[in-house]
Write a protein that binds this ligand. Structure first.
Ligand code: ATP
Ligand code: MG
Length: 560
């Protein structure tokens, strides 16, 4: 670990790992893993787990594996498996050649199951899932032993072999560990370790008719890979005694499971199952909808991977459930975008401006600063001529006292260009403003004047003949309640969807160089917000801009 890192106060997981390393446990080695189930796309919660597992490996000079937990062929797809790898690379992490599947270990897991049977520690049970549930008891009452619990080893071996060969239909038999039906921990009440599933597996094809349970696969996979610290979320705390029991009773390398609180974000659902529903019910436009908290959605929205890593670091790890404010995420995003994103000019609600004293056939370019935070980013030429557009928001015919933007007779600066004064307001028959006639001061090029006169307002603009029309998609929160799960009786989280989470602006205008920025890379439209080009075109063929995030940082204000 670098000195700088050592100086930071360590969280409870890192403290524990440091102690283990210093005491020479596992020969001082640290090995972690990220174990997603390929049954959906990764979301921000996974990013927290990724940053933690890969981050710890880096900090302690260890390794972090990627392992797909592919034990349930019913819900898993290769599409998901590929997206998981793509997202991880995008987030900035590398598992080198350590890409594993729980299914790589099916043979070994099967022989360990046989080992347990031979030791009298597992039995084939004929109870249905309903019967098993009825036998299980609850937190107050102990469970009842299965009538099949005392089957002889030979019979168990034979039945388990028949299960493997596919001789029984799904759900008719299971293999259960023989632990303790009266244990206060329900997970130790003879848990199922193998179930019959007649389903092809993406990796192992039709080889297996039986599949290990999560509990039987997970810890043993950790063990096989020499994982030292198996970090998982709090809901697995009650599984730890089973994790330990299995490692001990199989007599294999025993990783330490440590639980931490999952990431919860307000105004957001953080569960693949719920996200799948949003996708399947057409509430959003796919897993990569820019409103989704999936990494694919966030990338399309213009999030940088750095901002997500920073967010995960700021959130830290805790032992208790908590809810993080979405403003913190947006703050991390704005902070990074402010440093790295190019600036451009654009208007979302264009209002025509004609400069009456500007020569008819003249056009020129002015130099605009690419990024005031980055001196190396230089400037770019932006076209300027007699016909321009400004944003309708930046003009008021009859302004209040402290309004410094455009109004009749008030001089303002057109950013990077000239001082202009509105001399006439043109309206249509209904009284709507259709155009502003302005005069400019030819001496004020670049923003200063000969007499040192100052103006209070500076506004953005685009040149009419070269501006690029585009569709702009403004996103708001997907849910309008801080806790989307909180619903009236009989309702569900979809009741809290925000009907106004997407607003489309059809006729925005941006300076021509915007179209040179690559898809998904966020830039700032000065004074408007951060945006990025979408991979899709609009229905009318125009380019689409996604608003990544608005300018105002409410989190920084409150938490100064
Ligand atoms: P979901 O509830 O969304 O289906 P999951 O936990 O079932 O998530 P997995 O693919 O099993 O998803 O998760 C892979 C890893 O990511 C696990 O170690 C899990 O604990 C972790 N993880 C999942 N969600 C979160 C979260 N919200 N915060 C932190 N870690 C998470
Ligand atoms: Mg899961």
């Amino acid at each position: 670990m670098s000195e700088l890192e050592a100086e930071k106060t360590l969280d409870f997981i890192r403290t524990r790992i440091q102690e283990d390393q210093q005491s020479g446990k596992n020969d001082g080695k640290v090995c972690t893993r990220f174990p997603p189930e390929p049954n959906g796309y990764l979301h921000l919660g996974h990013a927290k787990s990724i940053c933690l597992n890969f981050g710890i490996a880096q900090e302690f000079g260890g390794l972090c594996n990627l392992r797909l937990d592919d034990t349930n062929p019913v819900a898993e797809k290769t599409e998901y498996a590929e997206a998981i790898q793509d997202d991880l690379r995008w987030l900035g992490f590398d598992w080198e050649d350590r890409f594993f599947h729980a299914s790589d270990y099916f043979d070994q897991l099967h022989s360990w199951a046989v080992q347990l049977i031979k030791a009298g520690k597992a039995f084939v049970c004929d109870l249905s899932f309903e019967e098993m549930k009825a036998h299980r008891g609850n937190l107050i009452e102990p469970g009842k032993n299965s009538p099949f619990r005392e089957r002889m080893v030979e019979e168990n071996l034979e039945l388990f072999e028949q299960m493997r060969l596919g001789e029984f239909p799904d759900g008719t038999k299971t293999l259960r560990a023989k632990i303790d039906m009266s244990s206060p921990n329900l997970n130790l009440r003879d848990p199922v370790i193998y179930r019959i599933i007649h389903q092809e597996h993406p990796k192992t094809g039709d080889k297996w008719k039986i599949y290990p349970s999560y509990d039987f696969a997970h810890g043993q996979s950790d063990s096989l890979e020499g994982i030292t610290h198996s970090l998982c979320t709090l809901e697995f705390e009650h599984h730890r005694p089973l994790y330990d029991w299995l490692c001990q009773n199989l007599g294999i390398h025993h990783p330490q499971q440590i639980e931490f609180a999952r990431l919860n974000l307000n105004y957001t659902v953080m569960s693949k199952r719920k996200m799948l529903r949003l996708v399947e019910e057409g509430r959003v436009n796919g897993w990569d909808d820019p409103r989704m908290p999936t990494l694919q959605g966030m990338r399309r929205r213009g999030y940088t991977s750095k901002s997500i890593r920073d967010f995960c670091e700021k959130v830290g790890v805790a032992k208790r459930e908590n809810v993080i404010e979405v403003e913190l995420l947006e703050h991390c995003l704005r902070h990074d975008l402010n440093l790295c994103s190019p600036r451009r000019l654009g208007v979302l609600d264009p209002l025509k401006v004609t400069i009456s004293n500007y020569p008819e056939d003249k056009s020129e370019t002015v130099d605009a600063v690419n990024n005031p935070e980055d001196p190396d980013a230089g400037t770019r030429p932006v076209p300027f001529s007699k016909q321009l557009y400004v944003d309708r928001n930046d003009f008021m015919e009859d302004p209040p006292k402290k309004y410094f933007r455009m109004s009749p007779g008030r001089e303002v600066r057109l950013k990077y260009a000239y001082y202009v004064t509105c001399t006439e307001v043109v309206k249509d028959e209904e009284g709507n403003i259709t155009e502003l006639i302005c005069e400019y001061d030819p001496e004020s090029r670049g923003g200063g004047t000969a007499d040192g006169r100052r103006v209070k307002g500076t506004i953005q603009w685009v040149d009419a003949s070269t501006a690029q029309p585009c569709e702009v998609r403004l996103y708001d929160r997907l849910f309008n309640k801080p806790d989307p799960e909180k619903v009236e009786d009989g309702g569900d989280f979809t009741d809290n969807l925000n009907p106004d989470s997407l607003e489309i602006i059809h006729h925005a205008l941006v300076e021509p160089s915007v179209t040179e920025i690559s898809i998904g890379q966020a830039f700032q439209l000065e004074r408007v917000g951060y945006f990025c080009l979408d991979s899709d075109k609009a229905e009318d063929g125009k380019k689409v801009l996604n608003r990544t995030v608005a300018m105002r940082d409410s989190w920084a204000k409150i938490n100064k």
